[in-house]
Design a protein around this ligand. Structure first.
Ligand code: MD3
Ligand code: FE
Length: 202
């Protein structure tokens, strides 16, 4: 597929249905320790997506702004460990010399969406980002960092994509779910895992 954005790499169906179920079970076990919460923007507007994190650093947003921090904003506990499956997937698909230190777990249900944005809260913007989709399909929108047209592609359960090089600062978002397209996530909806090297390169 051609998104028009150089450095966007896409592996449709990278995870078999069995691998998706195993990975989801590991992620949901982590989320039992670090429950989903609904972050708010600096102006107090709630995100329609619910979030949790796994690994040493988690992305959070509140009235103080966006940042990565080592603890859950509600419970104060450290984020649960990153599943080994995800560390392996990152190594195999990105080849990046350092492991990810952050896995943002985004839960989309019903009308949840994510507006067009850039990811630039990470210390080393050269490190790639890896995304794993589980559950209902979504319409993902992406366009070049410096503006111009955007394209929508459908991300389905088990699809993996990497954002490397010029795609790292691409504008992207989730327009909407394709409801009823998967029964993987209990209670319905879509879970996206975003793996990042958020802290400084070592
Ligand atoms: C393109 N998440 O958490 S994943 C995010 O499906 C985020 O939850 C979306 O955007 C989701 O920041 C999209 C695909 C993705 C992730 C990171 C990117 C695309 C990206 C970073 C740069 C460019
Ligand atoms: Fe993003």
């Amino acid at each position: 597929i051609d998104t028009g954005v150089d450095g966007f790499r896409y592996w449709p169906g990278a995870l078999t249905p069995a691998a998706q179920a195993d990975l989801l079970a590991e992620v949901l076990a982590g989320v039992e320790q670090a429950p989903f919460h609904q972050p708010v923007t600096r102006t107090g507007r709630p995100f329609s997506v619910q979030m949790s994190n796994l690994g040493p650093l988690g992305w959070v947003s509140d009235r103080a702004g966006y940042r990565y921090q080592p603890t859950h904003p509600v419970t104060g506990a450290p984020w649960p460990p990153m599943p080994q499956t995800l560390l392996d997937l990152w190594r195999d698909l990105t080849g990046w010399p350092e492991p990810p230190d952050s896995c943002l777990v985004n839960l989309y249900r019903g009308p949840a969406k994510m507006g067009l944005h850039q990811d630039r809260d990470e210390a080393d913007l050269n490190a790639p980002v890896l995304s794993v989709s589980l559950g209902d399909a979504a319409l993902f929108r992406i366009g070049a960092a410096d503006g111009g047209p955007t394209k929508a592609i459908r991300l389905s359960s088990g699809d993996v994509c990497a954002l490397t090089g010029p795609a790292r600062l691409a504008r992207h978002g989730i327009d909407r779910l394709v409801p009823g397209s998967s029964t993987l996530v209990p209670g319905g909806g879509r879970i996206n895992l975003t793996l990042r090297k958020a802290g400084p390169a070592s």
